[in-house]
Write a protein of this length. Structure first.
Length: 247
């Protein structure tokens, strides 16, 4: 019997699928380093234990699978019934026994990957709606998952580091973040400049610029830069401070 393969033909989608699968493996390794008793420990996300992070990653896969179903069938299937339902789901998942919590992540990731694999090539452009109300093509679900697995592997605080995230993923993350700052301005929006990649986000004549290695910029912009590591960044036009909220 011939093996079933991805139906997607678009090179960008094919590349993103590979990155999402690599990120899933990255998250799996980070989770495998967390002992069952340590799941109750704090994560890098304020107010969340490692249990919350794991539950969120598992239920996120299920939510994205609903969007893929929407694209496949044309029948509207929202990610969540409501923001409250999403939060309640995560809180419930955080109470699961360790084995059930690990199985949630593993099985939901496999299910999502199968749905991606079987999505017809002409359905990847089908418009679906995210939990934030954005209308995007189904192909965006892969990038949404990429962000989740790579960043939340770091949040487990079990050895994964932002610098291990592929550089192109970091650059796309910063692009998303800076775009969100501009759309939802909250005070002065700095430009960002990666000194090791010759990459910049925002105008060169911005009132304030934060510059430094790409990994440090990504960690700072996503709220994951340890205070002790902030000295690797350079600021112009103002004193250092926390990054604006982006999500």
């Amino acid at each position: 019997m011939p093996a079933r393969v991805d139906q997607a033909h678009d090179p960008a989608v094919v590349a993103d699928l590979a990155t999402a699968r690599l990120g899933t493996a990255f998250f799996r390794r980070a989770l495998n380093r967390v002992l069952d008793d340590d799941l109750d420990g704090v994560s890098l996300l304020p107010g969340w234990t490692r249990r919350h992070v794991v539950a969120h990653v598992g239920y996120n896969a299920r939510a994205l699978a609903r969007l893929v179903d929407w694209a496949a069938t044309g029948v509207e299937t929202p990610m969540y019934d409501s923001p409250e339902a999403r939060n309640e789901e995560i809180e419930f998942g955080a109470t699961l026994p360790p084995e059930a919590l690990r199985n949630l992540v593993e099985h939901s990731a496999i299910d999502l990957d199968v749905r991606w694999r079987d999505l017809a090539a002409d359905r990847w452009s089908q418009i679906v709606r995210t939990a934030q109300g954005r209308e995007v093509p189904a192909a965006e679900t892969v990038w949404m998952r990429i962000r989740e697995v790579w960043l939340h592997a770091v949040d487990l605080d079990s050895g994964a580091r932002v610098g291990q995230i592929p550089a192109d993923v970091q650059e796309r993350l910063i692009s998303d973040i800076h775009r969100a700052w501009v759309v939802r301005p909250a005070g002065r929006i700095p430009s960002l400049a990666a000194t090791d990649r010759s990459a910049r986000w925002g105008p060169p004549d911005a009132a304030s610029t934060v510059s430094g290695p790409l990994a440090a910029l990504t960690a700072w912009a996503t709220g994951r830069l340890p205070t002790a590591a902030a000295e690797v960044l350079r600021w112009s036009g103002g004193p250092p401070g926390p990054a604006p909220r982006w999500i």
